[in-house]
Write a protein that binds this ligand. Structure first.
Ligand code: GLN
Length: 490
């Protein structure tokens, strides 16, 4: 039997159908891998009993010919998704041992299609961060290391547990969320594929809210095909989320291998930053060459408001976060710190329950929404957001099918290396936040290595609800770049 953890979802699907192995065997192999990789801290709660139960159920359904599209596929779930009867914390102390009596729509669709829950994955507290270092469960280690070095590197964030687990073969795919880059940046840091769908494509119901107008769920997987398979199950209209859109979910997998001949690919000049590492520049040109060789046409485009995206994001996102996080008051969820009256109880619970980065965001958000500052900050940031969106619309109106950019300005960095200055951390999302501000889909695909042997990714940005084009173009880059697997040391 081949190693059951190193297959893709597409391969496992075939192996299960041809009875080469059972869903229970596949799940057991992953549970053993999770146990052996505890030091990566990718899982905050493995759920082996639930996993075995679900795997047996999948085997029974497969035997009767009733297995769904994900029958028996073991997945990891970011701890931001509510899972019924299973602790869900958003990796914040304030949620304590919160056990939701409900299931998020996205995960319920995965279980409907037969997937198996291996456990809950680590993330930055309330998904605020780019390195997974703000989690109350501690940082996650990236399975990738610099050549000849033992330094522990971050897997990116906020979906660091998802990216690390997928790259280290601790699950076949994972759910993730992306508010400013949290699917695409960790995917780029771990040589995995991550797609943030169009805002409204996946339901946000049952996902712990960070910034509601930006949050979107998506998959992290080891190939574009696997990401497409997962996306099909995760996407779809949900009456419980008023921002979810009622458009039929296409067969994303059919887009893999489709010709990209004649497609117009925009290269935005504003993404060529001063001081951008030569390696990133080279990767970007290489990606453009690959698409050209596949028959696409490259055009230079301009997205003039790009430079305002990050500052505007750091007004809009904290503003929404401060409002969303007002519900954590020590009364309804998790942690409660007593006080001599109810106000003091609120204050003590919030002071004790939130970590530094979350407190920073709540303070900034409250400030920019306060009377007298609202117009100067929040309203102005919303106007800038409209201009950013218009930049993309103008570009697509000229016939551009997708835009190619680097996914991140650097490869993965060391645990504890950044963070003294929060802005240094925020700069990680320089290429990804624009996409959330405009509500567009974006995919990160592994595309090469830096001089130290660390993976780098490219990003493709698409038209609203045209994830299929991203899968087709992403598959071309994947085919040309090849697959990257971290050498096992854990
Ligand atoms: N790094 C960004 C932030 O900290 C984005 C996080 C995310 O996409 N959830 O806000």
């Amino acid at each position: 039997m081949t190693d059951l953890t190193s297959m893709t979802i597409a391969e496992a699907r075939q192996g299960l159908a041809s009875k080469s192995f059972t869903a229970l065997e596949l799940t057991e192999a992953h549970l053993a891998a999770i146990e052996a990789a505890r030091m990566l801290n990718a899982y905050v709660l493995p759920t082996p009993d639930r996993a075995r139960e679900m795997a047996k159920d999948a085997d029974a359904k497969i035997a009767k010919g009733e297995g769904g599209p994900l029958a028996g596929i073991p997945l990891g779930i970011k701890d931001l998704f509510a899972t019924r009867d299973i602790r869900t914390t958003a990796c914040s102390k304030i949620l304590g041992n919160f056990i939701p009596p409900y299931e998020s729509t996205v995960t319920s669709q995965l279980w409907r299609d037969g997937a198996v829950l291996l456990g809950k994955l680590n993330n930055d507290e309330f998904a605020m961060g780019s390195s997974n270092e703000t989690s109350c469960f501690g940082p996650v280690t990236n399975p990738w290391r610099r050549g000849g070095s033992n330094t522990a590197l971050v897997p990116g964030g906020s979906s660091g547990g998802s990216a690390s687990a997928v790259a280290a073969l601790l699950c076949m795919g994972a759910t993730a969320t992306d508010t400013g880059g949290s699917i695409r940046q960790p995917a780029a840091f771990t040589a995995t594929v991550g797609i943030k769908p169009t805002y409204g494509r996946c339901s946000r119901w049952g996902i712990v809210a960070f910034a509601s107008s930006l949050d979107q769920a998506g998959p992290i997987a080891r190939s574009t095909r696997d990401a497409a398979i997962l996306m099909r199950s995760m996407a779809g209209h949900d009456p419980k989320d008023t921002t979810s859109v009622d458009i039929a979910v296409p067969d994303y997998e059919a887009a893999i291998g489709k010709s990209v001949k004649g497609m117009k690919i925009g290269i935005p000049k504003e993404y060529r930053l001063d001081g951008m590492p030569a390696e990133i520049e080279k990767l970007w040109s290489q990606g453009a060459e690959w698409l050209k060789a596949a028959g696409a046409e490259l055009v230079e485009v301009s997205l003039p408001h790009t430079k305002y995206a990050l500052p505007a994001y750091y007004i809009v996102a904290p503003a929404e976060a401060s409002s969303n996080l007002a519900r954590y008051d020590g009364v309804r969820y998790g942690l409660r710190e007593p006080g001599k009256n109810i106000i003091e109880m609120y204050e003590n619970s919030r002071a004790e329950g939130f970590g530094d980065e979350v407190r920073r965001r709540v303070m900034i958000g409250t400030y920019v929404l306060s009377a007298g500052y609202y117009d100067a900050y929040y309203l102005r940031a919303q106007k800038v957001r409209t201009l950013i969106k218009k930049d993309f619309e103008d570009c697509f109106a000229k016939g551009v099918h997708a835009i190619l950019t680097p996914a991140t300005p650097s490869a993965a960095f060391g645990v504890g290396e950044k963070g003294a200055d929060p802005v240094e951390m925020y700069l990680n999302d320089i290429f990804t936040v624009t996409v959330n501000m405009a509500g567009l889909p974006g995919i990160a695909v592994p595309s090469g290595m830096d001089a130290q042997g660390l993976p780098l990714g490219l990003q493709l940005i698409g038209r609203p609800f045209d994830e299929e084009t991203l899968f087709s173009l992403g598959a071309v880059i994947e085919q040309a770049a090849g697959h990257f697997t971290p050498p096992k040391w854990w």
